[in-house]
Design a protein. Structure first.
Length: 206
């Protein structure tokens, strides 16, 4: 397996990678805990958000020119209203009176081909996204959200380990008061169901 390179792309630079990213997202999010039974048309529509936001970026992990991982980020002001709502309602209560949605940076998702895990790319994804936020300037907090699954979920692998400790090591802390809801179809279900997503937050250096 060759060395992996990282490349941060923005705006129209993303276009050549859209299909590869859509397929990778469907592949990775099919596993627990997301169990996402995705489709290509939805993925391509979803990724348009990153084409349309001038300050969004995706960090690509490349084996040669093959996309084996990707990590997305975007100012929260450019995200869907469902992501913004918890912060509009409770942001100042939980994060301080000077909190502003304009200063919140959303580290949306990271996906990585299982064959390339254990090589430090998860750490690199956070580092590069936070570096992008620093280059843009003006952001006080970074966040992401993660799906909630019960410990006794029937599709939970026996050897599954949460990423909570890894996220804490990156400086992110879980805020159970900040939640949103999204719907998708699980791989073992016939219809879409609502999923609770909880936010994790990091205070960024000034």
């Amino acid at each position: 397996m060759s060395a992996i390179s990282l490349r941060t792309v923005t705006g129209t630079q993303l276009e050549p990678y859209l299909d590869a990213l859509a397929h990778l997202r469907m592949q990775v999010f099919r596993d627990f805990p997301y169990l996402y039974d995705g489709n290509l048309a939805y993925e391509q529509r979803y990724l348009q958000t990153y084409l349309q936001s001038p300050e969004a970026a995706i960090v690509l992990a490349l084996d040669g020119e093959q996309v084996v991982g990707a990590s997305s980020c975007i100012p929260m002001r450019d995200e869907d209203a469902a992501f913004q709502r918890p912060f509009r309602e409770q942001g100042r209560v939980l994060l301080g009176a000077d909190f502003s949605l304009e200063r919140l940076f959303y580290c949306a998702e990271s996906v990585l081909d299982a064959r390339y895990r254990g090589r430090g790319l998860g750490v690199a994804f956070f580092r590069e996204r936070e570096a992008h936020a620093a280059r843009l300037g003006g952001f006080s907090h970074a966040c992401f959200c993660a799906v909630e699954r019960t410990p006794d979920h029937p599709l939970r692998p026996a050897d599954y380990v949460t990423l909570d400790r890894f996220w804490n090591q990156r400086g992110y802390w879980r805020y159970p008061q900040l939640q949103t809801e999204f719907r998708w179809k699980d791989i073992d279900q016939a219809l879409e169901t609502a999923k609770i997503m909880t936010f994790w937050i990091k205070v960024l250096p000034v």
